[in-house]
Design a protein around this ligand. Structure first.
Ligand SMILES: [Fe+2]
Ligand SMILES: [Fe+2]
Length: 250
């Protein structure tokens, strides 16, 4: 019997994930696809393609975490997350097929992902970066896209995906609650410096995107990014990861 409250909650979250697993074929694939007015088709395809690539990158990170994380409860949850991210990649791929095109990974995002992938510090750093920082960010972007983009199929897809990402973000918080109190100050500083670097690259990658007239519906403005950075910093700080003067919030 496991008496660790965070690990118990993780076990319950994994059970919930298994109970709520859905299938790509449950979506209404024959709904007409509608691109946002004023956005060129290739730009819309590019936006969806980046979502597809991000799911692939998440799968790569999860494969590493599955080997690195020592707690059976955490790996039990990760097994459900791998199934989720794989389904997300499949669904975005299906949507891109409906759009009839696909674009390569954006070089700026590629840089964020490369620095994330190269991590060799404390193993929980990957959970902090993927499940806490990026999943919260993905969730925010998905909710924004659900609200702003007109395509009923894209809304259906993102509503389903956002429910999964919210669980992944929840796991990140629970896992850090379990592991951060035992981490040394040096480990915390190392993780936070790396997350600061990731956040700086993320901001830079978003900066030049969707600047043409009519593309504002896809754009993440500098103000909004700054606000997001403060939210991420507040979440990390509530978990005992001090961001005083950190570049995450910069
Ligand atoms: Fe995902
Ligand atoms: Fe996720």
């Amino acid at each position: 019997m496991n008496r660790n409250p965070s690990l118990d909650k993780i076990t319950r979250l994994a059970a919930k994930a298994r109970a709520r697993a859905w299938q790509a074929r449950a979506l209404d694939w024959w709904t007409p696809v509608v691109g946002p007015a004023g956005v060129r088709a290739e730009v819309y395809v590019d936006m969806v393609s980046q979502l597809f690539w991000a799911e692939q990158v998440a799968l790569g990170a999860l494969a590493k975490m599955m080997v690195e994380l020592p707690e059976r409860e955490a790996r039990d949850f990760l097994a459900t997350q791998i199934v989720d991210e794989d389904r997300h990649a499949q669904v975005y791929r299906g949507y891109l097929e409906r759009l009839g095109d696909m674009k390569p990974l954006d070089p700026g995002l590629g840089e964020v992902f490369a620095v994330a992938d190269a991590w060799t510090g404390p193993t929980w750093g990957r959970v902090a970066a993927l499940n806490v920082m990026m999943e919260h960010e993905a969730l925010h972007q998905q909710q924004r896209r659900i609200a702003m983009l007109p395509c009923p199929l894209f809304k259906q897809i993102n509503t389903r995906i956002a429910a999964d990402e919210s669980r992944h973000a929840g796991f990140g918080v629970l896992y850090l609650e379990h592991v951060v109190p035992k981490a040394t100050a040096a480990e915390k500083a190392e993780v936070m410096a790396w997350m600061g670097e990731l956040w700086t690259l993320w901001r830079a990658a978003n900066k030049g995107r969707y600047q043409a007239d009519g593309e504002h519906v896809l754009r993440l403005d500098a103000d909004e990014l700054e606000q997001r950075g403060r939210r991420v910093a507040a979440t990390l700080s509530s978990l005992g990861l001090n961001t005083g003067g950190s570049r995450v919030a910069a």
